[in-house]
Every structure is written in C-alpha cells, then in structure tokens.
Design a protein around this ligand. Structure first.
Ligand code: ZN
Length: 132
C-alpha cells in the first residue's frame, strides 16, 4: 500500500479546539486555552486547560487533549490546533509531550482572535529529548 498524503482538516480541528476553549476552567489566570489533536486513527481529541488553587497542579489544554487520545488507544498525532485569545504557542512542557507523539511533520496551528501561525513540532522544540 502506498504512502498516502492526507491533508488535515484544520477548520474542523480549530472548531474542536474552540469548543473546548469555551469549557476551560481558568478562574485564576482567565487565560482560556482549547486544543485539539488529530490522531493517526483519524479522530479528533480535544482538551481545555484546567487550573487549580494549587497553581502547579494546573494542566494545559494540549496535554489534556493528548491524554484523551492516548486513553482512546491512539499514540500518534498528525496535526494540532491550539486556540487562545492572543494566538499563544504551547508551553515548554507541552512541546515535549507533543514531541513524544508527533509523526514526521506534524503541524501545529496556533490561532488567536485575529491571527494564526503555523509551526512544525520540530520548529517548536528542536533537539527534543528522546530516549534511544
Ligand atoms: Zn502547556
């Protein structure tokens, strides 16, 4: 079977990320984030950031989306959408976790209210940590 180039549907991914963003639990920072990942199984998994009064326990939207994907039995990501008010990019911890499950040129679209930017996971985290 030949290798097929599938173009991710970013509109659908962005809609899923935006929908999750509306459910972000952010009473402290008020910085709502929604993320959606397209798994290699063709399904979209989404997550929002969930804050805690003990700030260090806060979990990012990206990692919540990835955890949902892994819990469903999928361990590779073809594309990612992250939606914030200002088009913010994933934090360092999330970049490392994205790197764990990214395949090839996994694209990350970071969308804000007025603009969006596109990156590869390798651009976001060059020379990522990997166990050999
Ligand atoms: Zn993060």
């Amino acid at each position: 079977m030949g290798k097929e180039q599938r173009l991710p549907n970013f509109d659908e991914l962005l809609r899923a990320a935006q929908a999750s963003r509306t459910r972000a639990y952010v009473p402290y920072s008020k910085y709502a984030v929604g993320a959606a990942v397209l798994g290699s199984d063709g399904k979209i998994y989404s997550g929002c950031n969930v804050e805690n009064a003990s700030y260090g326990l806060t979990i990012c939207a990206e990692r919540n989306a990835i955890a949902a994907m892994v819990a469903a039995g999928c361990t590779s990501i073809e594309a990612v959408a992250v939606v914030t008010a200002d088009g913010g990019t994933p934090c360092g911890a999330c970049r490392q976790v994205l790197s764990e499950f990214a395949v090839g040129e996994t694209t990350v679209v970071c969308a804000g209210d007025t603009s969006s930017h596109q990156f590869s996971v390798a651009e976001l985290l060059p020379s990522s940590f990997k166990l050999s």
